[in-house]
Design a protein around this ligand. Structure first.
Ligand code: ACO
Ligand code: SER
Length: 176
């Protein structure tokens, strides 16, 4: 099994936290570690070790999800350099795809609008304000900002900001 010290996505996550002993300072990194661990277990060859670690993973995932209120299912695809500020009420749908160096905060949901509906695809370097909700089969481009408490139901082009309920898109040159 790839150890966490050899997992380059995890190394990039730790770098984004930029802290000495981040495990002692931020609960969110426990959830990020758990996510990367689950992905590493999935990549293991079939066998007893994988079975045991998968069982351990599910127990650990449920306990941690309940304790810190962060749900990062291992089926979701999240690029390297994930940074989560704070904790509580952070839920990702298992089908979401998130690029590199994204930032989440407390209360963020990325998921579907209706049961079994499509889910967002998020680019690189996207910053989600506290309690931002991004719902449905929308595309959020690279370098976007999603305002605190905003509900995004439309595509957001590269570099734009989305704010409000429902969100309006602000391009550098003004509102779209
Ligand atoms: C414990 C803690 O501190 S946790 C940290 C919590 N903080 C966050 O989550 C920060 C999230 N950041 C935001 O929401 C910011 O307002 C941003 C990134 C969306 C926008 O920042 P800027 O690019 O500087 O935009 P700016 O402040 O100029 O606002 C542009 C317009 O959007 C509006 N706006 C900005 N944020 C929001 C928002 N969250 N919801 C609704 N409207 C908003 C402004 O009123 C302004 O409207 P106007 O053009 O009609 O006057
Ligand atoms: N620096 C933090 C505030 O606690 C953030 O950006 O969310």
């Amino acid at each position: 099994m790839n150890r966490s010290s050899q997992d380059s996505d995890w190394q990039a996550d730790v770098q984004r936290y930029g802290l000495r002993r981040p495990f002692l300072k931020e609960q969110s990194i426990w959830a990020v570690w758990s996510y990367r661990f689950g992905r590493r277990v999935d990549r293991m060859q079939s066998g007893l070790a994988k079975k045991v670690l998968t069982s351990f993973y599910w127990l650990w995932f449920r306990l941690l999800e309940t304790a810190v209120g962060i749900s990062l299912p291992k089926a979701a695809v999240i690029g390297p350099g994930l940074r989560i500020w704070h904790f509580g009420g952070i839920f990702l749908h298992p089908d979401v795809r998130i690029g590199a160096n994204c930032t989440l905060r407390q209360g963020v949901t990325i998921g579907n609008r209706v049961a079994d509906g499509p889910v967002p695809v998020i680019g690189d370097d996207v910053d989600f304000g506290a309690y931002a909700q991004v719902l449905g089969g929308v595309r959020i481009g690279n370098g976007c900002h999603i305002g605190a408490l905003s509900v995004v139901l439309c595509d957001v082009p590269d570099g734009a900001t989305a704010v409000g309920v429902p969100a309006r898109v602000i391009l550098k040159s003004g509102v779209q």
